[in-house]
Ligand binder design. Structure first.
Ligand code: ZN
Length: 303
């Protein structure tokens, strides 16, 4: 009797567990596919091709796809940009957002393919989409691929973060912002020598939850005690009082020397790094979905 039960569970478990588990190897392969399109600055043919690639994958993952095209006014003139948004509906009326950028920095004449910077966030989010296609959830989960994260000249109030600035405004107007329990942005998380900064514009209680989960999963050494303030796509939401955090490894190569250079290539990344970040994000989501009564008050970021 007992034995029969065990066998049955053992037979059933691997299928659901495999589908629902975040695979670093799969995220890495999605990243490789994105990087293969070449440099992907906003408005470029390669950017369009990558958008189509992301949307084709999302279609196979059975979620709602929201097109979010807009025209950005940049130092090089008007540029057509587009965020790609996937929505996996839940039942609670609240929402959790995972975001990252898919554009690469506009660097004419330089073969900058942004494997880590632009590529890794793209691949990690696609793997999350694959996982969510086979799991149920309480909260709406949004996955957002931002366009135009990179500045053309330098980050100012008007240069850089084009996609996130646009979406924060759109979601403020349509009421989505008020539903967001947490927004976690990822950027440059594929580095084989992974070390994630405790980013200081991020909401402290959300950082605390992420670092606690990372420690409990045995990934504490990748989540540094070092803090630093890094402006990134999450900041547009921080400014609008959304509980938001940014996971970024801003030490890429000796003295960050691979950053924004032709050295930012696939061989600098490792599937393991994707797996660490992806699994932490899924466990954070699981805890945010736990009924409020069962969770310690500190685990649920308040607005
Ligand atoms: Zn960059």
């Amino acid at each position: 009797m007992h034995r029969a039960k065990v066998v049955l569970i053992a037979m059933l478990a691997p299928f659901s567990a495999m589908a629902a588990e975040f695979s670093g190897a799969s995220a890495f392969e999605f990243t490789r596919a994105a990087v293969a399109f070449g440099p992907r600055p906003p408005g470029s043919p390669a950017s369009k091709k990558l958008q189509e690639f992301i949307k084709a994958k999302l279609k196979s993952f059975r979620c709602e796809i929201v097109d979010d095209a807009f025209t950005a006014s940049t130092p090089i003139g008007a540029v057509g940009m587009a965020n790609v948004i996937a929505r996996f509906p839940g039942t609670s009326g609240r929402a959790v957002v995972f975001s990252g950028h898919y554009d690469t920095k506009h660097m004419p004449g330089i073969d900058f393919v942004g494997a880590n910077d632009g590529g890794s966030s793209t691949g990690l989010l696609l793997e999350l989409a694959r996982v969510f296609s086979s799991t149920k959830r309480r909260h709406d989960v949004y996955l957002v691929w931002f366009d135009g994260e990179e500045a053309y000249v330098q980050y100012t109030g008007t240069d850089g973060f084009y996609g996130s600035r646009h979406l924060a405004r759109r979601w403020e107007q349509d009421g989505t912002l008020k539903k967001i329990l947490a927004l976690i942005n990822v950027d440059m998380i594929g580095d084989r020598d992974l070390g994630i900064l405790k980013e200081q514009y991020s909401k402290a209680s959300l950082n605390a939850l992420i670092w606690k989960v990372a420690g409990e999963l045995g990934y504490g050494r990748y989540f540094l005690n070092e803090s630093g303030a890094v402006l990134d796509d999450h900041f547009q939401f921080v400014q609008k009082m959304v509980p938001a955090a940014n996971l970024i490894d801003f030490d890429y190569g000796p003295n960050n020397s691979y950053w924004h250079t032709p050295k930012d290539t696939m061989d600098k990344l490792s599937p393991k790094s994707f797996e660490v970040v992806g699994r932490v994000l899924l466990e954070v989501l699981r805890r945010l979905e736990a009924p409020a009564a069962a969770a310690p008050p500190s685990a649920v970021p308040s607005r």
